[in-house]
Design a protein around this ligand. Structure first.
Ligand code: C5P
Length: 242
């Protein structure tokens, strides 16, 4: 498969550390750099120039994970203000509602014609207790709400969604009901040996890269398993052989 479906998440990294890591990654990638995910922390600290610099210096597509969520007009203008940045994927919250999603898409078409907008359903940090506390809903309610959010993405013709591997099956079912398709991007990836040894970090529901691809994920977001490994060469070889 090569590394085209891999997205490396640079979470909470100091700029110097990110540079050291990306230089190593570039060496190990043998001219086929995976996509790089920049989160809110690094974007707020270093600003839009970081996106351009990483894109140009390491010749890599950029996933800007801002998870935008505000009134439609504000999200519209926020996306317009990213005009010209080399962004491959940009995230918004689906729970902003249909008008927000539509205004986001409208702005993306104007300012970022080469970008795919991805919708985030629920934060993985939310547990059953949070759903109960905030919306007074239980497990059935959560999955019904998840379905409604994915349907919003389908109805508005959003390019894709971010979800855990466990949810991909349901997303595929909703896709086939609507005869539309979404780019399915999944974090929560751990290598098989890490799963066997129980090295899951704070990820609760994980899948290996090959399981995730078999399930129908189109892109795999991998953070610490790559940024904190002492054998990046071995990990990149494993990914290249998928
Ligand atoms: O766990 P890992 O370091 O591979 O995380 C990669 C990405 O997965 C993070 O950038 C974040 O977007 C997402 N993540 C998540 N749930 C967690 C931890 C991370 O969705 N509990």
């Amino acid at each position: 498969m090569g590394l085209k479906k891999i997205i490396v998440a640079l979470d909470n990294m100091k700029r110097e550390d990110a540079e050291v890591f990306l230089t190593k990654l570039q060496k190990q990638s043998l001219d086929e750099m995976p996509m790089v995910k920049i989160g809110l922390e690094m974007f707020l600290k270093h600003g839009p120039s970081l996106v351009t610099e990483i894109h140009e210096k390491y010749n890599t597509p950029i996933f800007l994970d801002l998870k935008l969520h505000d009134i439609p007009n504000t999200v519209h203008k926020a996306i317009l203000s990213l005009e010209g940045l080399p962004i491959k994927f940009l995230t918004i919250h689906l729970s902003g509602g249909v008008k927000m999603i539509e205004k986001a898409i409208e702005a993306q078409k104007l300012a970022l014609p080469h970008t795919d907008l991805l919708g985030v359903s629920f934060l993985t940090s939310l547990g059953a207790e949070d759903f109960n506390q905030i919306w007074d809903i239980g497990t059935d309610g959560i999955s019904a709400a998840f379905e409604r959010l994915i349907n919003l993405a389908l109805e508005t013709n959003l390019a894709g969604v971010v979800s855990s591997v466990n949810e991909v099956e349901l997303i595929k079912e909703l896709e086939s009901r609507s005869s539309k398709s979404l780019i399915k991007v999944t974090p929560g990836i751990r290598f098989e040996d890490e799963i066997k040894e129980g090295q899951l970090g704070d990820q609760k529901r994980v899948a290996s890269p090959s399981e995730a691809l078999k399930n129908g994920s189109n892109f795999l977001v991998i953070g610490r398993s790559l940024t904190q490994t002492t054998s990046l060469d071995k990990r990149m070889d494993q990914l290249r052989q998928l």
